[in-house]
Structures are given as structure tokens and as C-alpha cells.
Design a protein around this ligand. Structure first.
Ligand SMILES: Nc1ncnc2c1ncn2[C@@H]1O[C@H](COP(=O)(O)OP(=O)(O)OP(=O)(O)O)[C@@H](O)[C@H]1O
Ligand SMILES: CC(C)(CO)[C@@H](O)C(=O)[O-]
Ligand code: BAL
Length: 287
């Protein structure tokens, strides 16, 4: 595996592959890799001749009071894991390479960015869209893979790629990979490392309560009541604050209060100790 830290080196590697007619699959990450990331990498392997994984803890997607400094940085261990998965290149730029002096551009995706994490983390999705657009331009992949765990992020990136005619050649070039979970249902996340033993055990109430709310909604219970009960269960179970617990159209991310024929998604973000966890699951015909 090539470990690349400079854009000119990345470009040379990519040009050499392209000269041989090889295709490229790309998995953007912020590192602190776990099985969720490795599942994306394995899916990428199936999609193209070469796999590039980026690790970059992107400062512009963190708010002023968020965990940018605390975010786990484990480049050596990550690098070994990627090597073991047969990744061709690790692209690990530094902040100066990504945001040189005078950097002044930001991509704002309206609509799908507005609610949910966009509302509770102002500026977050502009940071994500801008860095992902840069990464796409740097790597120029044929396909890129993202986790469904970050459902809204996936919708934002698909919207941006369509709106800006980003040059990924296939219509389904931005692939979503189903969420990988622990045995108790908790979605794998780099931020799970922040949880102490008590909070880690309590955190399993999130997927459990979500599944119960979904069962009630699918059985015809009023959506508002099911969502209120879900919030109560989280607070009783050890969560300190619920940013949102909502039913939404799976594609537009508009909130809905009844199940229709279109795929729907239950989306939740909640805080336990100092850690903010997110999750989402399909509801009704979206399953
Ligand atoms: N449990 C998971 N299952 C599938 N994909 C995942 C999972 N966790 C993360 N991913 C995906 O991996 C990619 C990189 O995510 P990132 O590096 O932010 O990891 P993370 O675990 O989501 O971290 P965080 O704790 O910041 O949410 C994203 O596309 C994300 O959706
Ligand atoms: C897509 C991403 C790598 C952009 O920094 C990040 O938001 C993530 O890891 O999900
Ligand atoms: N996986 C999403 C990245 C973030 O929370 O900033």
C-alpha cells in the first residue's frame, strides 16, 4: 500500500493506474477505523481495480464547541488495518495541503442539509460537502462508498454530486453501505471510543428503542406518540439530551407524520455523557 501525504504524489499514483486503464473506488474517512469502515473498504474492492482510502479529520465540519481536538487519531493502526485489506493507497493529507492560505470556498447544499444534523450542527454539512468535493477532485474515483449510518450525509453528497456534475461516471457512483452494528445493536462509530463502560452499556437502548418505535409505527400507532415515547426511553435509559427523533422521507429528508408508499427513515441523534450518537433505520416499505 502506498501512503501518500502530498497531492502531487497522489496524482502520480492515480495517473499511473489510469494509464493502464484501471478503475478506482474511493472510501473517504476520518480514521480511527473500525469494522464499519472495513466493510466499506471490502465493498470498494468489489467495485474497481484499485481502492483509495482517505483519512483526514476535517476541521471545517466541526463546530467551535465540538470534539475536533479530542477526535481519535490512530494513523499507524489504521494504516496496518488498510494494508491488511489490500488497499492500494492511503491518502492522508495534512490541513495545509487541504486548506492552503487564503482558502475561501464553501459548498452549501440547501434542502437536505437543513434539518436534523444540519440544524443541530450549524455549518457541519458545508464542511462535509466542501471537503468531499475536494477529495473527489483529488482522487477522481469511478465510485465512492459511504456508510448509511450517516444517512443525511449520504443524501447531501448525492445531491451535491448531481448538482455540480461531479465527474463520477456512473449514475449509481455514490454507493451507500448498510450500517454495521455491535451484537447489542449499537452502530459502530469512532465516537463509541469516548464511552465509558456504563455509557457503552446504556447506549444499546438507542437501537432497541428505535426498533420498538418502528414496530409501533408500522402497526399503525400515531407517529408523534411513538417518537415521544422513544425520546422518553432514551432519557430514562441514560441519555441526557435528544437533538432529534423524527420520521422522514428517506430521499428528500422532509419530516413526515404518516407512513406512505415512499421509503421512510427513522433518524435519531442523542447525547450520552459528552458523546453525541446518531442512528437511522428504515421504516415501512423502505425496509
Ligand atoms: N457502523 C458503520 N457502518 C457502516 N458505515 C459506517 C459505520 N460507521 C461509519 N461508517 C462510514 O464510514 C465513513 C467514514 O466515517 P467516519 O470516519 O466519520 O467514521 P464514524 O465511525 O462515522 O465516526 P464518527 O464517530 O465521527 O461518526 C462514512 O461514510 C461513514 O458513514
Ligand atoms: C465524509 C467524511 C470523510 C468527510 O470528512 C466524514 O464526514 C466522514 O467520515 O463521514
Ligand atoms: N461521520 C460523520 C462525521 C462527523 O460526525 O463529523
Amino acid at each position: 500500500m502506498q501512503s501518500l501525504h502530498r497531492l502531487d504524489h497522489l496524482r502520480s499514483a492515480i495517473e499511473a493506474w489510469r494509464a493502464k486503464g484501471e478503475s478506482i473506488a474511493f472510501v473517504p474517512t476520518m480514521g480511527a477505523l473500525h469494522e464499519g469502515h472495513l466493510t466499506l473498504v471490502r465493498a470498494a474492492r468489489e467495485k474497481a481495480d484499485r481502492v483509495v482510502v482517505s483519512i483526514f479529520v476535517n476541521p471545517t465540519q466541526f463546530g467551535p464547541n465540538e470534539d475536533l481536538d479530542a477526535y481519535p487519531r490512530t494513523l499507524e493502526a489504521d494504516s496496518r488495518l488498510l494494508e491488511g485489506e489490500g488497499v492500494d493507497a492511503l491518502w492522508a493529507p495534512n490541513a495545509e495541503e487541504m486548506y492552503p492560505d487564503g482558502f475561501a470556498t464553501s459548498i452549501s447544499v440547501e434542502g437536505v442539509s437543513a434539518d436534523f444534523c444540519g440544524a443541530s450542527r450549524p455549518g457541519h454539512f458545508a464542511g462535509v460537502a466542501t471537503v468531499v468535493c475536494k477529495l473527489f477532485n483529488q482522487v477522481r474515483p469511478d465510485v465512492a462508498l459511504f456508510g448509511e449510518k450517516d444517512w443525511q450525509q449520504l443524501a447531501v453528497i448525492r445531491r451535491m454530486a448531481r448538482d455540480l456534475d461531479l465527474s463520477l461516471p456512473y449514475a449509481d457512483a455514490i454507493l451507500g453501505v448498510p450500517t454495521v452494528r455491535e451484537a447489542d445493536g449499537l452502530a459502530l462509530s469512532s465516537r463509541n471510543r469516548y464511552l465509558d463502560e456504563t455509557a457503552r452499556a446504556q447506549a444499546a437502548v438507542l437501537p432497541t428503542a428505535m426498533r420498538q418505535a418502528i414496530a409501533r409505527i408500522e402497526a399503525g400507532a400515531p407517529v408523534g406518540a411513538a417518537l415521544r415515547d422513544l425520546e422518553h426511553r432514551l432519557i430514562e435509559g441514560g441519555f441526557s439530551k435528544v437533538d432529534y427523533a423524527a420520521l422522514a422521507d428517506a430521499a428528500s429528508l422532509d419530516r413526515i407524520d404518516t407512513l406512505g408508499s415512499r421509503p421512510a427513515r427513522l433518524l435519531v441523534a442523542a447525547h450520552i455523557q459528552a458523546t453525541r450518537l446518531i442512528d437511522n433505520m428504515a421504516v415501512g416499505s423502505g425496509r
